[in-house]
Design a protein. Sequence first.
Length: 229
Amino acid sequence: MLTSSDAAPSVLIDCSTVSTQGSALIRNEAAKRGTDFLAATVSGNPKVITAGKLTVAVSGPSEVFRQVEPLLALLGRGVTYVGEGEVARLVKIAHNVFLGVVTQSLAEITILAEKGGVSRAAFLQFLNDSVMGSVFTRYKSPALVNLDFKPTFTMPLLRKDFDLGLSAARELEVSMPLAAATAQLVAAATGAGHVEEDFASLILEQARNSGITLEAQNVAVDDGLSPQT
């Protein structure tokens, strides 16, 4: 979009997950062409989008955001203006670090319950119906129960976001001990060969480290997103 010598867009909205430094470089290049730039990071894979649950965090000039907000609102259920500059990148990276920490924690407690004699399906049904359940825990339950790790977000991508998150934490002098510990587990899972599977395969490494081998339970599990028939 910024390579044409004849024209440039009036507004450029970028939805990629890159570092704040990389985003700033793009913003500077856009400014040279007279293009306003918004970083608009999103949360949601294709299934989430189909269910109408995509959310967007946007940063950049507030007046430009107000101009395009109606268009961004068409993408999903929520658009949040988070500030000036590149802070939307930090919001997305923080979101994905939390994603990894929650998934590792979910794997740990699910394996604890299973090794104690509770089926994964029963434990996750209870969890999802409790106040601790969430859209995310319900959405990931079929993968954890039936060991279907068709990728929505791979381990190497999650590892990349942990690297970005911990780098931001060092720069801002924020202690993140849980994130750092989870990053090591994600790196170990990547080294163990879980590179093309969904990151929910963290449960396989948790099971191995706990001395058990998982088997698919082959039961129907509501993911909270698919239309019910």
